[in-house]
Design a protein around this ligand. Structure first.
Ligand SMILES: C[S@@+](CC[C@H](N)C(=O)[O-])C[C@H]1O[C@@H](n2cnc3c(N)ncnc32)[C@H](O)[C@@H]1O
Length: 240
């Protein structure tokens, strides 16, 4: 039966892949993978497997979402075992739902294999629990980059959870912080976790009032998870 597996590769540390995902990587005929997938995981692919990189490429044509969708359909039509390997969890800010929709509409079976999302794993690796009964009962995972041309702009200041976790927030940090400071104190703690769970992880802590300047000074670059809220203080004790 024609089938595509939408598989979460985890947040960066190859050890954080699920058993099911690793088994699929080993038996796949075709693996279509993104930029944030650890290259160590691809070493498990079987000999002769076709590995197709569809992430961003500096100075060269990068695949559009439409081209990725087309590729998924083409490879599935060939009747081979197709693994679409995505960073973190496929259904968390990763267009996994869109890809599943394309398959469903084309009458091709799909299975999603959830992964460990960077939204939770990167803060954890930095010693920041997203909830703690003393400081935070709730968290929201929010994109820092909305679809261009979207009519209603996300109002970050209106998010009511105790902790906010921003993905893809580096380039719009100034605007996001401005929104947040309408409803949260400028002393609210903020952490930026770059390349979380990997050997190159870097953590920067600050406050809403100062984080934009500090991120600029420190040359913060994606991929980074940004955590806003009192739980960030726990890093002083739990951070390694
Ligand atoms: C397109 S989203 C995909 C998120 C993914 N589906 C997940 O569940 O982790 C990409 C963003 O995830 C975050 N991200 C992914 N891996 C990361 C890592 N190892 N460290 C920090 N942020 C990461 C960054 O905010 C990055 O810009």
């Amino acid at each position: 039966m024609k089938k595509v597996y939408l598989v979460g590769a985890g947040p960066g540390d190859p050890g954080l892949i699920t058993v099911k995902a690793l088994e699929l990587i080993k038996k796949a005929d075709v693996i279509i993978y993104d930029r944030l997938v650890s290259k160590d995981l691809l070493k498990h692919a079987k000999e002769g497997a076709e590995l197709i990189y569809v992430g961003k490429r500096e100075g060269r044509h990068s695949f559009t979402q439409e081209e990725i969708n087309k590729l998924l359909l083409e490879k599935a039509e060939e009747g081979r075992i197709v693994v679409r390997l995505k960073g973190g969890d496929p259904f968390v800010l990763g267009r996994g739902g869109e890809e599943a929709m394309v398959l469903v509409k084309a009458g091709i079976d799909y299975e999603v294999v959830p992964g460990v999302t960077s939204a939770i794993a990167a803060p954890a690796a930095a010693g920041i629990p997203l909830t703690d009964r003393r400081y935070a009962s709730s968290f929201a995972v929010v994109t820092g980059q909305e679809e261009p041309g979207k009519k209603e702009r996300l109002d970050y200041g209106a998010i009511g959870t105790d902790t906010i976790v921003l993905l893809m927030g580096v380039s719009n940090l100034g605007r996001i912080v401005e929104d947040l400071m309408r409803t949260r104190s400028r002393d609210t703690p903020v952490a930026i976790i770059e390349r979380g769970t990997t050997e190159d992880q870097r953590v920067i802590t600050s406050t809403l009032g100062e984080v934009v300047e500090k991120a600029r000074e420190m040359g913060v670059r994606p991929p980074a998870v940004i955590v806003v809220g009192d739980v960030v203080r726990l890093r002083e004790i739990l951070g390694k």
